[in-house]
Write a new protein. Structure first.
Length: 364
């Protein structure tokens, strides 16, 4: 069975490259073997063995968001990959793998706006399967231990990329009332699975010097480079603070919102709630501090009467003890009537201390 996925017989690795033009707000993604990608960039040789997508800057992040949304497609890819793994594990021929290869071909797309990330996942799985299956056939495996080693090799290489790409956002809090989990870029490129080999290809296109970055059997490496280059250009890849979608923003922009009006509205509402809570919390402290500081001033009226000052201090200490116990049970979420009651109690305590002060003033 001839697969529609481009893969020459000599291919042993699945490579992916990108060219980033921040000034023109463009990015180019290329899938294929390293040799064919290199020939395309250096010599302008195009072929059916590579796929090229030139699009607006940030499309890569949008494709990652799309994969998070379209979970069923990823499940189909994983199911097909597991089927190919079992095919290798049981040392079966390609005929038994036809249904899984057909499934991958059905998802792989050469459309101009195809999701290149999804295509690369499929390309990686298919490339590794064909290579290991060919090695298995050439070595005439007889012993089950050798067959198992081939299957484990395929599984390990599959996990190297699929696990990195699919589990990096699984532990994120999901969006309210949905099953969508978006990539956490900082977690993805900061994990222990970010070891990768990368090639840098300098080439000339239309009289202009350009640089392409190529990684083999690793998309996480491409994400790392993608983020690093954007960061050098005062841009960064972040998650929207509200919906968690990946977005590209100016590095100085701390707002980190995707631009959706609903996200803008919720972010503004949440900030207002935080401000209101902070204000209410400050109000409680201000009520108590105003009482405490004003009441403490009474002792200044008796510089030459330490016994009167002691009476003021003792009375203030007793009032503070009662009010602090009440204040302890108040917070920014307390009902307004409770805060008003606390204000009245502070006022009454002040008036009691004021009365004591007046009596002591008469005795001076």
């Amino acid at each position: 069975m001839k697969a529609e996925i481009m893969i020459p017989e000599s291919m042993t690795t699945a490579s992916i490259a990108f060219v980033l033009d921040v000034r023109s707000e463009r990015e180019t993604i290329i899938i294929g073997s390293y040799e064919n990608i290199h020939d395309y960039l250096k010599k302008g040789r195009n072929s059916n063995d590579i796929q090229v997508s030139s699009r607006k800057l940030g499309t890569l992040a949008e494709e990652m968001n799309e994969l998070a949304m379209a979970d069923n497609r990823m499940e189909e890819i994983i199911e097909a990959s597991n089927g190919l793994y079992n095919n290798i594990s049981e040392a079966q021929g390609n005929k038994n793998a036809e249904q899984y290869i057909s499934a991958l071909n059905g998802i792989y797309s050469r459309a101009p706006r195809a999701n290149m990330l999804r295509n690369y996942i499929i390309f990686f799985i298919f490339t590794n399967y064909m290579r290991i299956h060919k090695e298995q056939s050439g070595e005439h495996h007889i012993f089950s231990s050798e067959t198992r080693k081939s299957a484990e090799k395929f599984s390990a290489e599959y996990n190297q990329i699929i696990k990195d790409m699919l589990t990096s956002y699984r532990n994120l809090p999901k969006i309210e009332e949905s099953d969508v989990y978006y990539w956490d870029m900082s977690r993805s490129i900061g994990s222990d699975c970010t070891d990768y080999d990368a090639h840098i290809c300098h080439y000339n296109a239309n009289g202009e010097s350009k640089v392409a970055y190529i990684t083999d059997d690793s998309f996480i490496g491409l994400i790392q480079i993608y983020s690093d280059i954007l960061n050098q250009c005062n841009k960064k890849v972040r998650n929207c603070r509200v919906c968690h979608k990946l977005i590209i923003v100016e590095r100085e922009n701390d707002k980190c919102l995707c631009g959706n009006p609903d996200c803008e509205k919720k972010y503004s509402s949440d900030r207002n709630k935080v401000a209101q809570k902070k204000c209410r919390s400050n109000t409680i402290n201000e009520i108590y501090n105003r009482f405490s500081n004003n009441s403490a001033n009474f002792r200044r009226n008796f510089p030459n009467h330490p016994e009167f000052r002691q009476q003021i201090d003792d009375a203030l200490k007793a009032e503070r003890k009662v009010l602090l116990a009440e204040k302890k049970h108040l917070s920014e979420s307390s009902p307004q009537d409770k805060i008003d009651e606390f204000q009245n109690n502070c006022n009454e305590a002040y008036y009691r201390l004021q009365t004591l002060n007046e009596k002591l003033m008469e005795k001076r």
